[in-house]
Design a protein around this ligand. Structure first.
Ligand SMILES: [Ca+2]
Ligand SMILES: [Ca+2]
Length: 354
């Protein structure tokens, strides 16, 4: 049985809309830290020197070696990222970039795998949804034509029939010539299936943050304390008036091909922005209060007070929809979350290997 919230999502938003930009602006609203980039369901730094090397063998091709160590995890800026606490992780290898359409296509070609967004919906899983609305699809960001309240994500998320990893924005848009774009519209189950096929696994939240910090002093952003670096946007996020007007200062309205922005000191690309990345940990807002110090792997159960009863996993790094105006969860140490069977066009993943 899927959660109740997806049912509301279906009832509210099933549509065949395609993306359209417009020139309307939204009213700025206070305190963006209260917003957490909600995508409707289904829908240390201890300055320890850490070395990394690029893989030379085929087994670790496209991955970088991350030497384990101890760091300060979390952020005082977000309630669910408190307290900042000391954590140690082991050595691991990490994909240097988000999994791409080309890589995911190889997996699908080899296995015949069908993603959750492409599967028929079972009436028993959605007993309150009319049969004519039980159509395969997924959540697509659609800029509203008018300024809207930032408190209602359904103003800019549409459940689009036919949206999938092959058609991230809907059936009329494909991934032809987008081999190096990060794959999106993949839910947790899909990401785990890919990782297993590739002989890898999803990173723990601690591994992900350790790799994103890359041995740097804890700052507001993974890259430092200033929003820009030498007047340049260092990641694919959102500039302009969210959600109606994207001013495209970083050059991208949706995903950017992987490696479009500079890597971090470990040689990892797009750890900030571009697409959210699934982690293996279940999500609880209070986990850091009791998280073990050594190699934490997440709580044994999931709980989100925003949607009690819905199983969620952690997502990290923010996406091209994050900004200082709305969702600031691309900032260092912040956390995201998503319902296990939900996907969207700003959500992907990368893998690790022991
Ligand atoms: Ca952008
Ligand atoms: Ca990312």
């Amino acid at each position: 049985m899927r959660s109740a919230f997806p049912i509301l999502f279906f009832l509210a938003t099933v549509s065949y809309q395609t993306y359209a930009q417009n020139d309307n602006h939204v009213t700025k609203q206070a305190n963006p830290s209260h917003h957490s980039c909600k995508v409707p369901s289904r829908t240390g730094a201890n300055n320890r020197m850490v070395s990394f090397v690029s893989a030379k063998d085929s087994l670790h091709k496209g991955m970088v070696f991350i030497k384990g160590g101890t760091f300060l995890m979390g952020s005082d800026e977000f309630e669910d990222s408190k307290p900042v606490h000391k954590v140690s992780v082991r050595d691991f290898w990490m994909d240097e970039h988000e999994v791409t359409n080309e890589q995911f296509a190889a997996f699908v070609s080899a296995t015949g795998y069908v993603t959750v967004a492409e599967r028929a919906l079972k009436p028993e899983d959605f007993p309150d949804v009319p049969a004519d609305r039980l159509v395969p699809g997924s959540a697509v960001f659609t800029a509203p034509k008018e300024k809207v309240s930032l408190n209602d994500p359904l103003q800019w998320w549409q459940y689009v029939n036919g949206a999938s990893w092959k058609h991230p924005l809907g059936p009329e848009r494909s991934i032809v010539n987008k081999a190096n774009d990060p794959v999106v519209q993949v839910c947790y189950e899909d990401a785990v299936a890919y990782a297993k096929w590739a002989g890898k696994r999803l990173p723990t939240e601690a591994e992900w943050e350790y790799a994103a910090r890359a041995g740097r002093k804890n700052g507001s952003y993974y890259w430092g304390d200033s929003l820009k670096v030498k007047s340049q946007w260092p990641a694919n996020i959102f500039q302009g008036d969210f959600p109606t007007k994207n001013s495209l200062e970083d050059g991208y309205d949706f995903v950017a091909p992987v490696k479009s922005f500079p890597p971090n000191p470990y040689g990892l690309y797009d750890m900030e922005g571009n697409v959210w990345e699934w982690c293996s940990d279940l999500y609880r807002p209070d986990y850091y209060k009791e998280s073990p110090t050594d190699n934490p792997k997440g709580p044994s159960d999931s709980y989100d007070p925003d949607e009690p009863g819905v199983e969620k996993h952690v997502q990290r790094g923010g996406s091209f929809l994050c900004s200082d105006q709305y969702c600031i969860r691309y900032k260092a140490g912040s956390r995201g979350k998503g319902e296990t069977s939900s996907a969207s066009n700003n959500l992907g993943f990368r893998c690790v290997r022991d």
